[in-house]
Write a protein that binds this ligand. Structure first.
Ligand SMILES: [Zn+2]
Ligand SMILES: [Zn+2]
Length: 386
């Protein structure tokens, strides 16, 4: 079972859809035109049921054949607020300031390719639930769809998703159990001291000196509080304070991110974060206002589904199926589905292209039929298996 012949026959169509989405990018919860195009295509494939408005702009469709298990296949539809720089590419974004720089155009096109094939062939017993999700890029579209009753209205036994990966050889499908992407919590801390003339520092409580010390102290969480075999990132990404070279300011603000795979490590990190910030500020006589916002949970692939998905990938791409690809510290809201339903998230190699979220990035059209075949095969093998 390599790339499905029938899917290869309509490769041009899948490519055309991908280019249409690329030219007309829409960002979080604004994917109205994208959803409309998805619905039009699903109607033309004669799927059984289409429902719109899940998580505002999400689309759910089903393809059924008798009774049996039910499997969910998910693609994300949103673009990013980036101005594309591939101006010589024919399908370059038509909208300044918006761009499919994460390849969700390709993900949507691949799932549509699978939908067309599965609706036409129906070589399975049971139900395929197609999930076209909005707002993956920071606005938790997956969570919004679940909140709108997606999983209660369309119960599924397993769920699969995939993401392209620049730098990974074109067409490799990498799927492995365990942590794939990290949890991502974000923090903002406001440090309030007391301003003064820069030449009279003893009249001040210097928030810049206090914050400098604070940033150093925060580094001890990763190096001294967490088991070295665990993974944790604490990055202070902004530090803002002061306006003039002769004034010690009143305040400083830092912001950044805390990333981890293991929720216990995350709890420990946040507890230590609070203690270190509060006590360092106390030491300097300053006050701290801490705001930690919980972001996406870690993306943890389920063991049995990962093994199964790897076997399916092997049948589609042979030696290009990989059980090993290092987990990353990025985050992905497919994690919300994996907290509720067993499943697996795979990488598909985009080849040697510009990285994700880069204005020169483009999805690799050569992997579209591979992705559609992989998704279709996951559905067929899930629903035809024991
Ligand atoms: Zn992204
Ligand atoms: Zn993405």
């Amino acid at each position: 079972m390599p790339i499905k012949n029938r899917i290869s026959q309509f490769e041009n169509e899948i490519t055309k859809w991908r280019h249409y989405f690329h030219e007309n990018p829409e960002i979080a919860y604004d994917e109205k035109n994208t959803a409309k195009k998805v619905v039009e295509l699903l109607e033309s494939f004669k799927v059984d049921k289409i429902e719109t408005g899940f998580g505002q702009t999400g689309v759910v469709a089903t393809i059924e054949n008798g009774s049996g298990k039910s499997v969910g296949l998910r693609a994300d539809m949103d673009a990013l607020p980036i101005t594309e720089e591939n101006i010589n590419t024919k399908h370059c974004s038509k909208i300044k300031g918006k761009m499919h720089a994460c390849g969700h155009d390709g993900h949507t096109a691949m799932l549509l390719g699978a939908a067309k094939y599965l609706s036409e062939t129906r070589n399975f017993k049971g139900k395929v639930v197609l999930i076209f999700q909005p707002a993956e890029e920071g606005y938790a579209g997956a969570k919004a769809m679940i909140k709108d009753g997606l999983l209660s209205k369309y119960p599924i036994d397993a769920i699969y998703g995939m993401h392209n990966m620049p730098g990974l050889e074109k067409g490799i499908i990498a799927v492995e159990e365990g942590p794939r992407l990290a949890a991502a919590d974000n923090f903002v801390v406001k440090i309030t001291g007391k301003g003064s003339h820069a030449a009279m520092p003893s009249n001040s409580i210097d928030p810049i000196l206090c914050t400098s010390s604070l940033i150093q102290n925060l580094q001890s969480i990763v190096s001294r509080n967490v088991n070295p075999k665990e993974t944790l990132v604490i990055t202070v990404a902004t530090f803002n304070s002061g306006k003039a070279n002769n004034v010690i300011p009143d305040e400083a603000t830092i912001s950044g991110t805390i990333r981890y795979y293991n929720k216990q490590v995350g709890s420990l990190a946040k507890e230590r974060f609070n203690t270190i910030v509060t006590n360092t500020c106390k030491l300097f006589g300053a006050k701290a206002e801490i705001n930690i916002k919980t972001g996406y949970p870690p993306t943890i692939n389920h063991q049995a589904n990962s093994k199964f998905a790897f076997e399916v990938a092997k049948k589609v791409v042979g030696m290009k199926a990989s059980p090993q690809q290092s987990p990353m510290m990025g985050s992905e809201d497919f994690s919300y589905f994996l907290e509720k339903v067993p499943g697996a998230f795979a990488w598909i190699g985009n080849g040697n292209t510009a990285p994700l979220h880069n204005p020169k990035y483009d999805f690799n059209d050569n992997v579209l039929t591979i992705g559609s075949s992989y998704l279709s095969s996951l559905a067929e093998e899930t629903l035809n298996g024991s």
